[in-house]
Design a protein around this ligand. Structure first.
Ligand SMILES: Nc1nc2c(ncn2[C@@H]2O[C@H](COP(=O)(O)OP(=O)(O)O)[C@@H](O)[C@H]2O)c(=O)[nH]1
Ligand SMILES: [Mg+2]
Length: 326
């Protein structure tokens, strides 16, 4: 995941503390004006290098996949984040320049005057860091939020599972992806996102179940959830919509139908209708009537999860790209 490896963002006081204590150590091994010069050089290097690292650690948002771009935008605001990064980049250049400027101003052969100049230089570097203290904090917060985003490969063919809670989505994802799934924490909902993987003909497919997003009507989503839902449209290649006509999920068929229409309008991907819990009821028009096999029951009513996933993969019709083909 592109934001996974972002390093901890230092605070302005931490950076100043590191820079000035390293400068003091550098100064101790020298004498007179030379000691002051060495201190200016060290402080300026530490500050400008570290500020530059903060900025360079981030991917170029121009090249970030639309799925992650939109999620990041929903969570932290990409324009704001870029503004903060550009301020920090400015501070990196500025602290570098200040080092050169104050080293140039050091008087030859006058250690006391040199110490005064060095102190002025440090004070200027301190103000630059104070100016970007809030930017560093905002970047740090953004980093902490984005680091935990679910690991979805935007390039892999993706089947999204949608439908009200308790209609059988998780049972299905677990049945078809077996051990190859993980639940990742979502920064914007209390429930985890469920991403399963399965392989057919050397292609890895993702099966994604997003509780809190695709299991509730549009009007119940807050702004962040709406944007996160719309981000999903960049990765969804096929939607499996789960209807539970037995209504044992606790939602009436009319509500389930209106959520289906909602999701159809949000996600620009073909949709297949799955009637879940076919062992209980099949009172609905659907592409599949599916029962999750229980451990005790050998006879399965209707389609197995495998039948549904194989048909979904067939519908996706992903071509293997061979390296020697155009
Ligand atoms: N009878 C029956 N119950 C099912 C079937 N699939 C799931 N369930 C039950 O429905 C409940 C909700 O399933 P779950 O997968 O957690 O639904 P989700 O909230 O949509 O992820 C659980 O108690 C499952 O055991 C099925 O095919 N038949
Ligand atoms: Mg679930």
């Amino acid at each position: 995941m592109i934001f996974e490896d972002l390093q901890t963002t230092p605070t302005a006081p931490e950076l100043l503390d590191t820079a000035f204590s390293r400068a003091a150590r550098a100064g101790r091994s020298k004498h007179g004006v030379e000691a002051q010069q060495s201190m200016l050089q060290t402080a300026s290097n530490v500050l400008s290098d570290n500020l530059e690292y903060v900025v360079r650690d981030w991917p170029d948002f121009e090249t970030v996949d639309p799925f992650y771009y939109e999620l990041a935008d929903a969570l932290v605001g990409v324009d704001d984040l870029r503004q903060h990064l550009s301020e920090v980049s400015w501070a990196g250049h500025k602290t570098h320049e200040l080092g050169r400027e104050y080293i140039r101003r050091l008087p030859k052969g006058d250690a006391d005057a040199a110490r005064k100049i060095r102190k002025q230089g440090f004070a200027r570097m301190g103000s630059v860091l104070n100016e970007v203290a809030e930017d560093l904090e905002a970047i740090s917060e953004a980093r902490d939020t984005l680091k935990t985003l679910p690991d979805i490969d935007p390039d892999a063919p993706t089947i999204v599972v949608a439908g009200y809670p308790n209609v059988g989505k998780t049972a299905f994802v677990n049945a078809v992806t077996r051990a190859h799934n993980e639940t990742a924490a979502y920064p914007f909902t209390t429930t985890g996102i469920n991403v399963g993987h399965l392989e057919r003909d050397h292609i890895t497919y993702q099966v994604v179940d997003t509780p809190g997003l695709l299991d509730r009507p549009t009007e119940e989503r807050n702004e962040i959830e709406s944007q996160a839902t719309s981000a999903l449209s960049h990765v969804a290649d096929l939607v499996l919509y789960f209807f539970d006509p037995s209504e044992t999920c606790g939602y009436q068929l009319t509500a389930q139908e209106s959520l289906r229409a909602d999701i159809e309008a949000t996600l620009d991907a073909p949709m297949l209708i799955v009637c879940s819990k076919a062992d209980v009821s099949q009172e609905i028009e659907a592409d599949f009537y599916m029962t999750i096999p229980s451990e005790t029951e050998t006879e399965v009513v209707g389609d197995t999860p495998d039948v549904v996933i194989e048909a979904a993969i067939e519908t996706l019709d992903v071509e293997i790209e061979l390296p020697f083909e155009e």
